[in-house]
Design a protein around this ligand. Structure first.
Ligand code: CAO
Length: 262
């Protein structure tokens, strides 16, 4: 336990839980101070470091109608093999396919800031909301994994995250990240880079919204927005926009992923 100062009074509360702020004294005109420990402490360090990097923001909407249909066909099959199939494995694979064409988004910048280090593997990090706090384990070698294998690995990482048993190997070596904030709520976001990575995407919630079809008629459309942040020292807006266009083609015509998946 830790002694916490509450302006004139002091309260004793356990120091281990990072998330729960004590609320018992609400309305008492005092303050309560708790130590920043564990994952939150690590977050202070990584986010301070990231703030030194100029972030470039870019958002796009992706029409999810066809991917929603495809997932509903494949979900029961994956379930019969014991695996939960969300949208993430499709999005992770689509990102990897698009990264193959725009490898600078899967690179990092050298310490001296004089070289770009291209990584010939796609270790895609996924932000997971765990009882210990926000963690970003990564799925290794997405470039050579099937969508089912990505789902298997994501299921494993989610379970380990919930149990608090993610390993340093799960957490290290990421090259690009996605954060699905839409499972909780929200549309647009402004994600912060996970250094030394140079690109991160925040996925908003899929919403039914009115859009026009090719005949000019309004129809109910499934729309998802991804907000991208890139390291503007080595990535320009055109590169993210081109990457996003290719990603959009894979998401909106998911059968085209078959052509390029190894
Ligand atoms: N919009 C609408 N529905 C969504 C969605 C979205 N963006 N993302 C997922 N869903 C649906 C899933 O398809 C699933 O539906 P079904 O029950 O019909 O299959 C349901 O929501 C639950 O999904 P899930 O959370 O189990 O799985 P996931 O693979 O989509 O997401 C994970 C996994 C780990 C990303 C998520 O659980 C999580 O932790 N999200 C929070 C990340 C976070 O905190 N980011 C902020 C970081 S910055 O501080």
């Amino acid at each position: 336990t830790t002694t916490c100062t509450a302006s004139s009074k002091s309260t004793t509360i356990p120091s281990t839980p990072v998330a729960a702020a004590p609320v018992a004294t609400i309305g008492s005109n005092t303050t309560t101070t708790v130590p920043i420990t564990g994952i939150r402490k690590a977050m202070v360090k990584t986010m301070n470091a990231a703030s030194a990097v100029p972030h470039f923001g870019f958002s796009e909407e992706y029409i999810m109608d066809k991917l929603t249909e495809l997932r509903s066909q494949l979900k029961p099959i994956a379930e019969s093999r014991g695996i939960k199939l969300s949208y993430m494995p499709f999005l992770i694979k689509a990102c990897s396919l698009a990264l193959s064409r725009y490898p600078v988004l899967n690179s990092s910048i050298s310490q001296s800031q004089t070289e770009i280090i291209y990584k010939n593997y796609h270790n895609i990090g996924v932000a997971i909301d765990t009882p210990q706090g926000l963690l970003v384990p990564n799925i290794k070698n997405v470039e050579s994994k099937s969508i089912f294998e990505i789902a298997q690995e994501l299921n494993r990482l989610q379970k380990e995250g919930a149990k608090g048993t993610l390993t340093p190997a799960d957490m290290s070596g990421g090259t690009f990240s996605l954060s699905n904030i839409g499972t909780i709520g929200g549309t647009y976001c402004s994600p912060v880079l996970l250094l030394p990575e140079v690109c991160i995407g925040a996925i908003g919630k899929i919403q039914k919204l009115p859009r026009f079809d090719k005949h000019g008629n309004v129809y109910p459309c499934s729309v998802m927005i991804i907000s991208w942040s890139g390291d503007h020292r080595i990535i320009d807006g055109a590169t993210i926009a081109n990457f996003s266009n290719l990603l959009k083609s894979y998401i909106e015509q998911p059968n085209t992923m078959l052509l390029d998946t190894k």
